[in-house]
Design a protein around this ligand. Structure first.
Ligand SMILES: [Zn+2]
Ligand SMILES: [Zn+2]
Length: 95
């Protein structure tokens, strides 16, 4: 049952799960509550699937210009390297 509470250092906010609940339950409920805020703020476009063709990771784009495409630096680097190899292969063909 969500409860409106006020305690330092925060002003009024909602507690949706008892503080003695198991950690996994608290993470689950807090995540669900955060998702509600994302939806209410019309910011769902910040949540996408990783642009890597083999990855199903979730991308949470908090960048100012919404430029994030990969879930992690691992995916980002792998695709940057693949693009680099592709460019170099092009140059070899045309040279
Ligand atoms: Zn609190
Ligand atoms: Zn990924």
């Amino acid at each position: 049952m969500p409860q409106l509470v006020r305690h330092p250092p925060l002003d009024w906010h909602i507690h949706a799960v008892p503080s003695d609940a198991p950690l996994a339950t608290r993470i689950l409920v807090e995540t669900a509550m955060a998702m509600i805020d994302v939806i209410r703020d019309d910011e769902l476009s910040r949540l996408t699937i990783c642009a890597d063709s083999d990855c199903q990771g979730i991308v949470l784009d908090l960048s100012r210009n919404r430029s994030r495409r990969y879930c992690s630096t691992t995916c980002s680097n792998r695709n940057a390297q693949a693009a680099h190899r592709a460019r170099r292969a092009d140059q070899t063909v045309t040279a």
